[in-house]
Design a protein around this ligand. Structure first.
Ligand SMILES: [Zn+2]
Length: 132
């Protein structure tokens, strides 16, 4: 399914994030001025305007905040994945992230963990899976 998935090309600011997915690592920037996590990748901290943002590896664990179950694929590449869920996950580190869960839909409040969908160029797409 990876062939037609539209995935952003890495930009100067997001390249470290995408490089880390090659190692199956979910990373996010942390501001060295206010210590808050910054998502999505940026040059300037949206919380305090700080310019020093350092990349940090996250646990990949979290709790589902919201679920939208899709019974019709939004993209041809997802045709064999229905039903799938678009989810908002509150990561253990305190950041809310939009992603997907393939397979049976998770419930709001359910714990999920990181999983990876390989892309054709060696990068991986971060998705989540229900904890068994
Ligand atoms: Zn800051």
């Amino acid at each position: 399914m990876s062939a037609e998935l539209p995935v952003p090309e890495p930009s100067a600011v997001s390249a470290p994030f995408w490089d880390a997915t090659r190692r199956h690592e979910l990373t996010m920037q942390r501001c060295e001025s206010c210590s808050r996590l910054v998502w999505y990748p940026r040059f300037v901290c949206p919380h305090c305007g700080g310019l020093s943002l350092r990349w940090e590896k996250l646990s990949g664990g979290g709790v589902v905040y919201a679920v939208s179950v899709h019974h019709r694929a939004a993209l041809p590449a997802l045709a064999d994945k229905v039903p799938y869920s678009v989810v908002l996950v509150d990561l253990d580190e305190g950041v809310r992230l939009m992603s997907s869960v393939f397979g049976p839909p998770p419930a709001v409040g359910e714990r999920v963990g990181l999983a990876w969908v390989p892309l054709d160029d060696g990068r991986n797409l971060a998705v989540f899976e229900r904890q068994r």
